[in-house]
Design a protein around this ligand. Structure first.
Ligand code: ADP
Ligand code: MG
Length: 700
């Protein structure tokens, strides 16, 4: 038959229906193409043979030449096993099988020279190798084509059913025989020449059967580039299509609200970064396309004023605007802050959260629908169906990572035509990740803090130094400062965390007694009104210490608070620690962040703490976080198929990613429709990807 890469895997010689089924179920391999894309995890040097007396405990990938001198059935029932005594000229070891005993027993030959391959364990004072890959030495020498042997991803089921790595290698060899090395080139000549890349054919062959280390490196580079290039191409095209298809409301004028505010009421000089970002937003809003922009800026970089001035642009053009925040506290704070800014202008602004009273709710609904209300601030209560705008022109979402994609798209449908959307995040996303996950959003960055900000001094202290820490707190309070003490709250161990918090509160109350010291406490189990009451006491300076769980993490602004104590800091993630630290350092005073931990710390915890002590730069912290946790854990990116990379790794290959993105961009600038003959294969590859991947609908 005429084989091509879309041929079902069943047709490959040596596969057959059972194995085909296994490959489909275990590795999602349906076609020849899928099999080719099963890239080896690693490669081992099959020219090296161990002697038994060179073995060490838990060697992986060991290859030994020797022969079987005895076979024994041992154990009963579940522990039933076949044990072979394997000998070379330096010693003896055991080979052990737990499954397929009968078949294996029959196929083993005593006193014939074998090459065995596998992982060794130390058991009963002897080395053993469970379920070794075995070959008679003659076959081994015949089969050994490449000194670097690929090791393919596998599963327990596969190895149990006899699809060992050796079998995988054979299947792969067969595949290459059948398709006779016919791989269509997928990158243009231009790109290949510019970057001096290996051809598709050579790359695919060498990634499976590398001639040597150098060929392998070249093959991997080419394939990684290709993978990242096509992802970027898809994202950028998606962005372009979005812009041309989805008409936004053009905000044609910069009107009197904006100008009056800018000239007369701006409370401070904007930083260069704030000005630049406002220009970027202005350009989007003024164009005919709908804005879909991500605004990144470290804690305290001044995103709120940018949000407010963008809102003014909407209002000036006769539209309403809304700002959604993930918590009640943060919504209230935004509401208070923005109300203050609105005072000098004739603007109506309201707050809508879960605890808004029914009567007030009704008024808000009405004034929203008849257009009297200009700005609505709130929590996800804004997403309720009853909340209808007369003409929502701009939706701003603060602290994006707390909201799911689904919620974001709900906001979109608050209007006949989607409003402009500005997503603000204080958790800087590493550039590489932003490029891959938000590659279809436009990104603005505020990379400059307002002037006069002092960096927060950060130290790590052990629990046993608590007395010193308390002494330090007392000194700061004596100077008129306020203190946060934060306890972890992890959903799964909520009850225990709650106890920790209460115990901590009690002991702090003992060390900081009334009436000299006043303490606020805020946690998730309190009623919203009580929470607010306690927050307000702290904000007004009536209490000196705020004991809290992470509910204060986001956005709370008390400039007089100068010390952030984080209890059990080892239990927090880096971005959370950085967020928490951002609560202090907002006033003119030197601020401090003290990370309290027990003595036992994992390596990752140590890295996190050291990173916090070393730097205040949110982007640097985000990079470390990405390295520690991998992309899957960050911001729920696991649903985005984009990170399902086959060969590239967005942490390790970020240089290639950047290169790929710039090539994709350039290509689309020069040939937007990919219609130039020399880009024919790019267009074809791109079309194929669209068919087989669901990349188009992973984000809003
Ligand atoms: P975030 O980006 O974390 O939301 P905010 O918008 O809350 O930061 O701003 C933090 C603080 O800095 C606020 O008190 C705000 O008034 C102040 N601020 C913002 N921009 C400037 C500026 N250009 N100059 C001086 N202070 C500023
Ligand atoms: Mg903020």
């Amino acid at each position: 038959m005429n084989t091509n890469l879309q041929t079902p895997i069943d047709y490959l010689k040596g596969v057959g229906p059972n194995r085909a089924d296994l490959l489909r179920k275990e590795l999602s391999i349906h076609t020849y193409q899928d099999l080719i894309n099963l890239f080896p995890n690693r490669y081992i040097d099959r020219t090296h043979y161990y002697k038994i007396n060179q073995l060490q405990r838990n060697n992986a990938d060991v290859q030994i030449i020797g022969h079987i001198i005895a076979l024994q059935d041992l154990g009963e029932g579940h522990s039933k096993r076949l044990v072979a005594t394997f000998k070379d000229d330096t010693g003896v070891m055991d080979l052990v099988w737990f499954r397929g005993l009968k078949w294996i027993r029959e196929s083993l030959k005593l006193n014939k020279t074998y090459v065995i391959f596998g992982k060794t364990n130390w058991f009963n004072n002897r080395y053993n190798m469970p379920h070794p890959d075995m070959e008679l030495i003659e076959d081994h020498q015949k089969n050994l084509q490449s000194a670097m042997q690929p090791i393919y991803p596998s599963t327990e089921k596969l190895s149990n059913k006899g699809v060992s790595n050796r079998v995988m290698v054979k299947i792969m060899q067969q595949l290459f025989l059948e398709i006779k090395g016919q791989f269509a080139e997928t990158l243009s000549k231009n790109i290949l020449e510019n970057l001096n890349l290996m051809t598709k054919h050579d790359a695919v062959f060498n990634v499976h059967f590398p001639k040597n280390q150098e060929f392998l490196a070249g093959a991997q580079y080419r394939l990684k580039f290709e993978e990242l290039f096509y992802i970027q191409l898809q994202l950028i095209i998606k962005n372009l299509i979005h812009k041309s298809k989805i008409k936004g409301f053009p905000f044609t004028q910069v009107g009197s609200l904006f100008n009056t505010f800018f000239k007369e009421h701006l409370p401070f000089e904007l930083t260069m970064a704030q000005k630049r970002v406002l220009k970027e937003i202005r350009a989007d809003l003024g164009s005919n396309a709908q804005m879909n922009r991500l605004l990144q800026g470290d804690v305290g970089s001044g995103k709120t004023i940018v949000a407010f001035m963008s809102i003014l642009m909407a209002l000036d053009n006769g539209f309403q605007a809304c700002l959604m925040a993930p918590t009640e506290i943060l919504s209230v704070q935004h509401y208070n802050g923005l109300s203050e800014l609105c005072k000098s202008l004739n603007i109506k602004i309201s707050l809508l959260t879960g605890s808004t009273k029914t009567s007030e709710r009704k008024t808000i609904h009405e004034s929203l629908e008849n257009g009297q209300l200009n700005i609505l601030i709130g929590t996800h209560a804004l997403l309720e169906n009853k909340v209808k705008f007369k003409n929502l022109g701009l939706a701003i979402i603060d602290e994006q990572h707390r909201f799911g994609v689904a919620q974001r798209s709900k906001l979109w449908h608050k209007n006949t035509s989607p409003p402009h959307v500005l997503v603000m995040t204080a958790t800087p996303i590493p550039r590489t990740l932003a490029m891959s996950v938000y590659g279809d959003l436009d990104i603005s960055v505020i990379d400059e803090l307002p002037p006069g900000r002092k960096l927060v001094k950060t130290v790590h202290r052990y629990d046993k130094n608590r007395l010193q820490v308390f002494k330090f707190i007392k000194d700061e309070i004596a100077k008129g400062r306020q203190i946060y003490i934060v306890y972890p709250l992890i959903q799964e161990s909520e009850t225990m965390d709650y106890k920790d918090l209460m115990d901590g509160y009690e002991s702090i109350s003992r060390d900081f007694p009334l009436p000299k010291y006043q303490i606020s406490i805020v946690h998730g189990k309190m009623k919203a009104a009580d929470k607010d009451f306690e927050m307000q006491r702290f904000i007004k300076g009536q209490t000196q210490i705020m004991v809290a769980t992470t509910v204060i993490e986001v956005g709370v602004n008390v400039p007089n608070a100068s010390v952030m104590i984080i209890e059990s800091a080892e239990r927090f993630g880096l971005s959370q620690l950085h967020q928490l630290r951002g609560r202090v350092g907002r006033g003119a005073e030197q601020s401090y962040c003290i990370l309290m931990t027990g003595h036992k710390l994992s390596e990752d915890s140590k890295t996190r703490l050291q990173t916090m002590v070393k730097t205040n730069d949110g982007f640097e912290i985000a990079e470390v976080d990405l390295k520690l946790r991998g992309p899957g854990d960050l911001m729920g990116t696991q649903q985005s198929g984009v990170l399902n990379l086959k060969i590239a790794d967005i942490v390790k290959d970020k240089d290639i990613l950047q290169l790929a993105r710039s090539y994709a961009k350039n290509l689309l600038t020069q040939d937007p429709s990919l219609s130039h003959p020399q880009n024919k294969m790019v267009l074809e590859t791109y079309k194929l990807l669209g068919k087989y991947k669901n990349i188009w609908n992973y984000i809003s």
